[in-house]
Design a protein around this ligand. Structure first.
Ligand code: ATP
Length: 233
């Protein structure tokens, strides 16, 4: 589904990513873990074409997307749930959700399915997004991504600032996407949350891949998890 090969990325003269490679198969969940500033968000931004990879290649369904504009990358079927949600504050919940609607070659999700997954949204459709709680905003951000008919969804810190019940709902959505053959990359500060849904893991450190492997290896080896992730558990 996605193949990131030896990408580097810079902010001005500052190099943020050093030859990062990772891949995600159909229906697979990849956890992208690492300390603050390790480069996790920059990897997502490079996939989306928001921070261009200076070297290397990014292929989605075998086609290079490294030089394509962001709206075409989204149109190809890559959805994004940003860490700060990025809702339009003075538009209603319905308007925010419908902004994401588009058809791709992947499964289309209806507004009815989104409100079935996140039932509180049914009663919030006419509310301005700026009046929502953090958890409700996250539901809209995820719903908006689903309405874009993605084949791959990039979740940036999906559990950040959310009550445990909402975190469970978010993990439930990731499992449901997986069952529908839709892949996810989950960037998380909370390693245990990400490991609970992940098939594979990439750990970044200082813009480089420090470890990659199956999630079960880290789940079953607390010493290795501590060594790689330190306080992130
Ligand atoms: P966090 O979990 O804190 O968001 P992260 O692993 O997602 O961290 P990035 O946000 O990708 O890390 O940052 C990687 C590096 O790039 C850091 O050194 C950061 O300071 C730098 N960086 C990120 N955004 C910018 C920017 N807009 N301008 C300059 N440097 C940036």
């Amino acid at each position: 589904m996605l193949e990131v090969s030896n990408i580097t990325a810079f902010y001005g003269e500052t190099q943020a990513l050093f030859s990062i490679s990772l891949s995600v198969r159909e229906g697979e969940v990849l956890a992208l873990l690492g300390a603050n500033g390790a480069g996790k968000t920059t990897v997502l931004r490079s996939i989306l074409g928001l921070t261009r990879a200076r070297q290397g290649d990014i292929r989605f369904q075998q086609k290079s997307i490294a030089a394509r504009p962001t709206h075409e990358i989204a149109g190809a079927g890559i959805g994004w749930v940003p860490d700060d949600r990025r809702l339009c504050p003075t538009l209603t919940v319905r308007q925010n959700l419908m902004l994401g609607e588009k058809r791709t070659s992947f499964r289309a999700w209806s507004l009815g399915e989104v409100t079935e997954i996140f039932s509180p949204l049914k009663y919030l459709m006419a509310r301005d997004a700026e009046t929502l709680s953090g958890g409700e905003m996250q539901m809209v951000a995820i719903g908006r991504a689903l309405l874009g008919s993605p084949g791959l969804v990039l979740f940036d810190e999906p559990s950040q600032g959310l009550a445990p019940k909402i975190v469970d709902d978010v993990l439930g959505v990731i499992r449901r996407l997986k069952a529908a053959g839709i892949a996810s990359i989950v960037v998380e500060q909370n390693a245990d949350i990400a490991l609970s849904v992940a098939d594979h893991v990439v750990v970044l450190s200082h813009g480089q891949v420090a470890w990659k492997g199956e999630a079960t290896v880290l789940r079953d080896d607390p010493a290795l998890k501590r060594q790689l992730l330190g306080g992130l558990q």
